[in-house]
Write a protein that binds this ligand. Sequence first.
Ligand code: HEC
Ligand code: HEC
Ligand code: HEC
Ligand code: HEC
Ligand code: HEC
Ligand code: HEC
Length: 430
Amino acid sequence: MKQVNHRKLGKNILRLSLIILLAFSTSLSAQEGDPAKGKSLFNANCAACHKLDKKMTGPALRKVEQRLSDEQGLDREWIAAWIRNSAAVIKSGDAYANKIYDEYGGAAMTAMPQLTDEDISHILAYTAEDVPEPVVAQVTGGQDGSGSQEGGISNKMILGALAVLFALLAMALVLVRQTLNRFAEAKGVDISETKGTPIWKAFVQNQFLVLVTAIFLLLASGYFVYGYLMQVGVDQGYQPVQPIHYSHKIHAGDNGIDCKYCHSSARVSKTSGIPSLNVCMNCHKSIYEVAPETASAEYSKEFYDGEIKKLYAAVGWDDAEQKYTGETQPVKWVRIHNLPDFAYFNHSQHVSVAGIECQTCHGPVEEMEIMYQYAPLTMGWCINCHRETNVNVKDNAYYEKIHAELSKKYGVDQLTAAQMGGLECGKCHY
Ligand code: HEC
Ligand code: HEC
Ligand code: HEC
Ligand code: HEC
Ligand code: HEC
Ligand code: HEC
């Protein structure tokens, strides 16, 4: 019996504490609001114009309720009315409403009558939170541009491996020699005479060895000279350090921005062009970075390395005041792909007419943290592709006529770019 009583008591205590907890938490949320819910409401309705710690289209909103009540004597009711329909509050002649409205150049807040009292208390609870502890900055490597391409084996590694191999070989030889000497001594063989002739003398006396070595040296140097000459003017893999660390991986890869958003002329003109910095500012007015000391949970970039600051300096954007200062500094991007002046290459011909993907010639750009030259850009490279690639004649009236004539001439169904005249010197050389 006693045990049953105990159990009942335990249950009752549990129930009681649950009720207390529930009551407590509901009363809490009715008054204080839930910062987590507030955050998502804020992001959905307010973040386009407001940040917590930074002036944007509208004022910074951290601790706005406290600030307005301390400085202006305005209560939550005023704030709720303002949020639901700020235009009405301004029209009513409210002094403070008119003051900030003028201060922000007459920029109007969207009316949001759908927000309930509860929603607004959630949002205000979120804005009332303290600034979170600074997040430790994590700077990713590879900004100096000196690193070799990912996954590749660098020359230094090969040289290092060779050095280790030679050291091991030398050690092995020394050991072999020592054991042989010991054997000789044990057997009582006298090796003192042979020790007397130095190796180079023995080598010079052996004419066959000299001949073989000479031939080998000649062949090796010929090979290297030929290789070197073939590399003149070929800049495959060229990867210069750019004035702003611009990552194709982040933009074209992770964020899926279309190549033509930035290189818009590739479709219609000879050149692709590098975008002007105004194109960057379409996004980077609102994608900025905050120094680690002042970083809070709302900053939009995961790490700080000052690269976006360089962009701001170049276009003359004052991020704190959210306006252009007019002091610009030109950014000199280092040109990577560059054909000699006597060769003619046209992007629209290849991108729009032939329908070739950028990646066919420029490689996996969307994976490049730092841009590099993927193709050799030699004459042989152009010619090979012209020999192999069939021309796309579908839905092209101009081509259909030529195609009909030329395919008769060559007796084939499909024409390659070469058969269209893609090997004629004059097409590529002025
Ligand atoms: C379309 C842009 C826009 C949106 C969206 C917006 N605001 Fe505003 N907000 C402003 C502007 C601009 C001001 C400055 C006064 C003015 O010009 O109307 C302002 C002022 C305020 C103020 C007065 C702050 C002060 O320091 O005096 C509060 C509070 C406020 N907004 C809250 C919110 C909340 C909460 C939301 C989301 C539910 C929101 N706003 C959504 C643009 C916006
Ligand atoms: C957000 C803008 C942007 C997008 C999107 C973009 N690029 Fe770029 N691209 C640049 C900038 C800025 C440079 C110059 C800096 C550099 O070389 O890294 C550049 C350089 C290049 C270069 C080298 C130019 C030279 O100097 O020879 C190539 C090739 C290139 N982009 C191809 C592409 C391809 C292919 C895509 C799509 C997969 C793409 N880009 C998407 C902005 C962009
Ligand atoms: C369509 C939108 C868009 C455009 C246009 C754009 N960016 Fe970005 N940029 C982003 C996004 C998104 C991120 C990633 C932010 C993050 O990591 O949280 C980013 C990140 C960056 C970073 C920080 C990454 C790093 O490596 O330090 C730099 C620098 C940068 N962009 C420079 C540029 C430059 C220069 C241009 C113009 C050639 C440009 N961006 C154009 C959207 C854009
Ligand atoms: C058939 C091969 C090929 C294709 C396809 C191609 N490119 Fe190029 N690209 C080149 C060559 C070759 C150069 C060097 C041109 C020069 O120096 O005159 C170049 C240069 C560039 C440059 C440097 C600036 C310039 O215009 O000279 C950019 C940027 C570029 N390409 C972007 C793109 C983009 C974006 C695409 C896809 C829309 C693309 N390319 C498709 C071969 C190609
Ligand atoms: C990936 C394959 C590819 C590469 C690489 C390539 N081309 Fe082409 N090119 C084509 C195709 C396909 C056509 C035919 C386009 C059409 O007219 O339909 C073409 C057409 C041309 C034409 C016009 C030919 C004509 O008959 O009017 C010229 C000029 C040209 N390419 C120059 C170059 C040069 C210069 C290079 C090297 C820097 C190059 N191409 C590299 C595929 C390529
Ligand atoms: C499909 C385009 C194309 C055609 C067709 C073409 N060339 Fe070239 N040629 C090039 C390019 C691109 C280069 C530059 C290669 C480099 O910078 O390494 C070049 C370079 C050269 C050079 C300089 C030497 C070198 O290799 O750098 C000579 C000479 C030359 N071409 C002669 C000719 C002759 C002769 C013809 C006709 C039989 C011809 N080319 C047809 C694209 C072409």
